[in-house]
Design a protein around this ligand. Sequence first.
Ligand code: NAD
Length: 259
Amino acid sequence: MYGELHGKVAVITGAATGLGLAISLRYILEGMNVVGDYVGTLPDELADAAKKHPDRVKFVEADVSNEKQVEGLAKTAVDTFGDIDIWVNNAGVEKACHTAEMPFKEWKKVLDVNLDGVFLGSREALKHFTKNKKKGTIINMSSVHQQIPWPTFAHYAASKGATEMFTKTIALEYADQGIRANCIAPGAIDTPINAKKFSDPKQLAQTESMVPMGNIGKPQDIANAAAFLASDEASYITGTTLFVDGGMTLYPSFQHGAG
Ligand code: NAD
């Protein structure tokens, strides 16, 4: 737990499930004011948290790829809590498709949510930070696929590679104002995005064999990283990616001295 996070205001996109849900619950536990963005239905866990802490938790329905809705999300955060300290661009989508057969609209959909969403959210955070001379923090959810190519997910890998370079660029652009921007790159984590794959024991075993530590990660592993990057203990860290992947990016095929 990081005492200094108490009372800070965080906006988290894609807060209703998986990693966004885990980060929201961790930030609530840290005593933060949380504005959770979602599309679709709000899960019971979050609705309960909002009921339990009505003065600290607010949920807003907003499509991260829609400029007006993201502007509205920022406005709701400021109207409700008077400030924004941390903005987590977590919302993301993926869908397998061979590149030769990929409909343009599938490519656009993934880039719209995963990359436009990161830009639109970061821009709102930067507007607020610069206008208020605030040393705020942006955390962008990337993936090990900012680094590892992923056949049939060219749109997804492209969106995450671009997220890394976008984050490094804004980190440099605003470093002299004390604003930090970093990525978290999860490996294989047990969330709804992977539910189908990990419910099949064969596919689960195959993924585990690609993780040197031998097991897939938990959403809490990512929430821990998001709490750290938001905290003062990360105050000298900007423009980097924190890989939370059990070693997946360490060329696992070399693990036992092969090559
Ligand atoms: P998830 O499917 O549970 O979460 C994605 C969330 O984004 C959902 O709540 C969904 O409703 C929301 N979302 C989708 N489109 C949206 C839109 N247009 N506007 C607002 N919200 C929208 O999966 P997750 O694993 O929690 O994924 C969270 C992030 O982590 C994603 O960016 C994903 O690419 C990244 N990631 C996940 C893993 C993993 O193994 N789980 C690995 C690497 C990266």
